[in-house]
Design a protein around this ligand. Sequence first.
Ligand SMILES: Cc1cc2nc3c(=O)[nH]c(=O)nc-3n(C[C@H](O)[C@H](O)[C@H](O)COP(=O)(O)OP(=O)(O)OC[C@H]3O[C@@H](n4cnc5c(N)ncnc54)[C@H](O)[C@@H]3O)c2cc1C
Length: 421
Amino acid sequence: MKEINAADFEQEVLNSGKVVVDFYSTECPPCEAVAPKFEAMAELYGEKIKFVKIFRQGNRELASELGVSSSPTLLFFDNGKQVTDTISGGIKKSEIQERLDKMLSIEEVTAIKANHKAIVSEYDVAILGGGPAGLTAGIYLGQAKIKTVLIDPALPGGYMGITHQVSNYPGFDQPQPGFMLAHYMSEQAKHSGIDFKVAVDVTSVDLLKKEIVIDQLETIRAKKIIIATGTTPNTMNAPGESDYKGKGISYCATCDAKYFVDKEVTVIGGGNSAVEEALFITKFAKKITMIHQFDKLTANQTAIETLQANEKISVMYEHEPRKFEKCGDKMITTLENLKTKEISTLESDGVFVFIGFKSNVSVLGDTLPKMNNWGYIIVDEDMKTSIPDVFAVGDIISKKYRQITTAVADGTIAAITISKE
Ligand SMILES: Cc1cc2nc3c(=O)[nH]c(=O)nc-3n(C[C@H](O)[C@H](O)[C@H](O)COP(=O)(O)OP(=O)(O)OC[C@H]3O[C@@H](n4cnc5c(N)ncnc54)[C@H](O)[C@@H]3O)c2cc1C
């Protein structure tokens, strides 16, 4: 694998046969999550396809010429021509592999796959999810000398890792960057002696058999499973949203706000995360228009007052996006006024969507534990679910307050319960 700059692009990419390019940024958790997958793919496909990395912040002109407006973005070239679609954001290993396979002949792909060898590993406990809940369970289990593996398709840290400032986690007199808290917690979990299998694809989960398959080739068998898979941001499902994801529409201010210096931005949402993230974006953008479906913001009062005092932000109440389009570099959001039904358009340089979350249960296989009406897992006071030897902790469980402190508490309870059984 090679790191190159814009000056080398023609020689190293356009005149170099089959090449895959990773445009990455610093302080970008999805970029860090893609890096080990990219390396693993380079090892596997390296003889047939060249793997190249380009630092986007240092090569902005090239990135914009190629239409790259979000990090990470992967582009695939064959003899100077872009082949297959580009992928960006939270990229799965299987998404990269699928595109690499398309660049080769069936015989070449079969030969590469033959090098994959199936592996089976045995553990006392498998933790699904490396956010604060899963990491804390890992720390306690590791210190209790229980053979544990922590599995995450991303890098450890969960939402904590992409929150720009955390001011309410006890033990720090000043607000802490979320990625630092994530770093401290995951280092502490590693030092406790547990195994990490992160930035992997979770192929399947069988909660009854306690079997998890990762990257389609490694089977992990455990005596107990802790589910700590958290939540995923909701999407609007408006036409154009999936087309412009990573190409004008973002769900991560920490990752992408820095590309909107002196630009105009649209923020969809009006709850706590929308308000907090809009305030963060004001550090870069010159104007932010928030689109909110209700006639009042639904965030906490202090955040609302801070937002209202910020001259860069205005709110369009009782409006909802109906369509996203692109005109040149501009994003055009078509809006409906929910009161008058009038349709209007709003032009901006980028759109950020923060409209709540859904629980990550879809990955947990066919037999799921008992859940509440909103899809959150019901647990008892020991964090046990309705399935024997399956625990659930953190944002994924049915509870009133979803915070780092409450996630950490859940992880503690599950781990101590397991270590005393
Ligand atoms: C924008 C924002 C700001 C916030 N600010 C604060 C704050 O200031 N203070 C505070 O206390 N709380 C804050 N929160 C809430 C806090 O981040 C969450 O309550 C906390 O992170 C929940 O921890 P968790 O471990 O349950 O889940 P998460 O942090 O969501 O972690 C879940 C993990 O599971 C992984 N995962 C997903 N699917 C799978 C799978 N199939 N298999 C394995 N792993 C999987 C994910 O990659 C992720 O790493 C904020 C949340 C947001 C969204």
